[in-house]
Design a protein around this ligand. Structure first.
Ligand code: PNS
Length: 160
């Protein structure tokens, strides 16, 4: 069984992430989405909230599962017996950020492949950072995130 790990902060999951997960679910036997604690990024959603939103937005995909993760990605790849890591590439900046990580992960674990997928063009400019910013300023992000995420963003704004 070929498992690919899709790691990220998912603060929150966007339609771009969902597009990549759907693409990967057609290419691999199992897609394991791992939500990083990532305290350094000070996420607006708790780990449990981020996991729940990934679960809700991928529930229709039977070969996708979700769990939390902390520590080194290569250790997770080894313990899950996965092929490696899936990352999205939207532009050249993503490549500059991703390539060193892919190379170092491969140096640490030779069998660790990084598979890059591009989202559909309409999702290429979406990032969790911009979604959070637009939403916090009262903008409409319904094109960029699932209805469950939209609701969660509105609830978060109302409580601040
Ligand atoms: O969605 P993000 O925030 O870009 O995800 C970043 C993430 C969690 C994938 C990255 O921070 C990561 O790989 N963390 C694990 C720590 C690790 O293995 N670091 C070495 C990479 S060479």
């Amino acid at each position: 069984m070929k498992t690919i790990i899709f790691p990220g902060t998912f603060d929150p999951i966007t339609r771009g992430h969902q597009d990549l997960i759907e693409r990967a679910s057609r290419l691999f036997d199992h897609v394991l989405v791992t939500v990083a604690f990532n305290d350094s990024k000070q996420p607006i959603f708790t780990l449990d909230e981020r996991i729940e939103l990934v679960q809700q937005t991928t529930a229709h995909l039977s070969n996708v599962s979700v769990k939390s993760f902390s520590g080194l990605l290569v250790d997770l790849v080894a313990s899950e017996n996965a092929i490696g890591v899936l990352r999205g590439l939207r532009n050249g900046s993503d490549l500059d950020y991703e390539l060193p990580m892919a190379q170092l992960n491969q140096q640490m674990l030779a069998s660790c492949e990084t598979v890059f997928l591009s989202p559909a063009p309409e999702f290429a400019a979406i990032s969790s950072t911009l979604v959070r910013q637009i939403s916090s300023l009262g903008g409409d992000v319904s094109q960029f995130v699932d209805a469950a995420v939209l609701q969660a963003l509105q609830t978060k704004s109302a409580s601040h």
